[in-house]
Design a binder for this molecule. Structure first.
Ligand code: PLP
Length: 399
């Protein structure tokens, strides 16, 4: 991957160059004047009506039909057999790992190039992350790096995988579909099966993204989606677990609803559970948002197409989904030539009130995950220095 260098000689202080300025003009042409956020929610459907239903019926909290309706809608859209709503995407990941059997002292393989919630969820389960490199094209976990790591650093015993250096069980693998771009999930799934490692997908950013014909988050034992305010659709805050496994779905529902044994009036709980139930108010928003998802995805595709045409005309590199995949185009991203160019671009655009932001810092650089094993993370470091997200909301004029 390469991109045409910005003419750094011509970048003055405050940073500018003709090519960055033409990018700013292009973004202004799409989004108009004023401050341009990275991603804003759209409430153009039945949001207010469904919220009123909740208030009028007194079902605003964790009981009521809206939660089940929302779960059904997400299950049928994604093709997952079960969907279990929870208060946010981080908790969805935490519970997914828990019901997949991840315990204190286990190891979970993930990518260092991700949002911190992925690794926080692993920590909540008492497990340690192990960081594997990503592919440059998908910005998601590299199956080649995963295989290489396992062959060099793990051994099998009784159909399970163990880390040679720590002696600990590698219980799960948690890849992430970055910005909605599906990673090579089928290959990752095959490797996990060979090694007896449970696959759990962080599909927080990828509602509406498909690998082949199959929705992301449905390749593993479980997947997790987020409905935070900046995601493709939002419930204010919210998350969803996906699984085809009847028992795991039942257990996820049970432990996220205080582990209460259903009974007309008795309070009986059979383990330490969580109060992670999604309130009806949030689910009402979710039902309305799901009704607009198809339209939203079409509009997001239009934005991505326009960016793509513009950047190919100036010779800059965008991140594109793999040929056999469909991205939800949640956040558009460009790959700049080097860190200096990236900084110049971020500086200039943000100064112009256009919100652009760099990809996350590697988890392996954060204090709490510094000690965790990694495989060198060559591509992750390369991308960390170059990738920038662009404003990606559905523009008003598209509606
Ligand atoms: C948003 C996000 C989460 C967490 O979702 P919340 O609903 O904010 O808790 C987890 N992983 C990734 C990759 C995300 O982008």
């Amino acid at each position: 991957m390469s991109s045409k260098l910005i003419d750094l000689e011509n970048i003055e202080s405050p940073v500018k160059s003709p090519i960055i300025e033409s990018t700013v003009d292009f973004i202004r042409k799409i989004y108009g004047d004023g401050a341009i956020p990275l991603h804003r929610p759209i409430f153009d459907g039945n949001e207010k009506a469904y919220l009123s239903d909740c208030i009028d019926s007194n079902f605003v909290s964790s009981a009521g039909a809206k939660v089940f309706e929302f779960e059904d809608k997400v299950a049928s859209f994604t093709g997952a057999k079960h969907a279990v709503a929870v208060v946010n995407g981080t908790n969805a990941l935490q519970v997914a790992l828990l019901v997949a059997g991840v315990n204190a002292g286990d190891e979970v393989i993930t990518q260092a190039l991700t949002f911190v919630a992925t690794c926080n969820a692993i920590s909540y389960a008492g497990a340690n992350p192990v960081f594997i490199d990503v592919d440059k094209d998908t910005v998601g976990m590299s199956p080649a790096s995963l295989r290489e790591f396992l062959e060099g650093n793990a051994f099998r015993k009784g159909g399970q995988a163990f880390n040679k250096s720590s002696g600990k069980r590698i219980k799960a693998c948690l890849p992430m579909h970055t910005f909605g771009l599906p990673c090579r999930i089928q290959e990752i799934s095959d490797i996990c099966k060979e090694w007896g490692i449970h696959l759990v997908e962080d599909a927080a950013e990828s509602l509406g993204s498909f690998y082949g014909k199959r929705h992301t988050g449905t390749f593993g034992l479980l997947g997790a989606i987020s409905f935070n305010g900046n995601k493709i659709i939002t419930t204010g805050g919210g998350g969803m677990l996906l699984t085809d496994d009847d028992q795991l779905a039942k257990r996820a529902k049970h432990i996220t609803t205080t582990a209460k044994i259903p009974h007309k009036y008795e309070f009986w709980h059979d383990e330490v559970g969580f109060n992670y139930r999604l309130p009806s108010l949030n689910a009402a928003l979710g039902v309305a948002q799901m009704e607009q998802l198809h339209w939203m995805l079409e509009m997001k595709e239009r934005v991505a197409r326009e960016y793509c045409e513009f950047f190919s005309s100036i010779g800059w590199q965008m991140v594109h989904p793999l040929q056999n995949c469909k991205s939800n185009n949640w956040l558009n991203a460009i790959v700049l030539g080097n860190q200096k160019e990236r900084n110049a671009f971020l500086e200039y655009t943000n100064e112009k009130n256009i919100m652009t932001r760099p990809i996350w810092r590697l988890m392996s650089e954060l204090e709490m995950f510094k000690h965790c094993q990694n495989d060198g993370l060559k591509n992750s470091k390369w991308l960390e220095e170059r990738v920038v997200n662009l404003p990606s909301s559905v523009p008003n004029e598209f509606k």
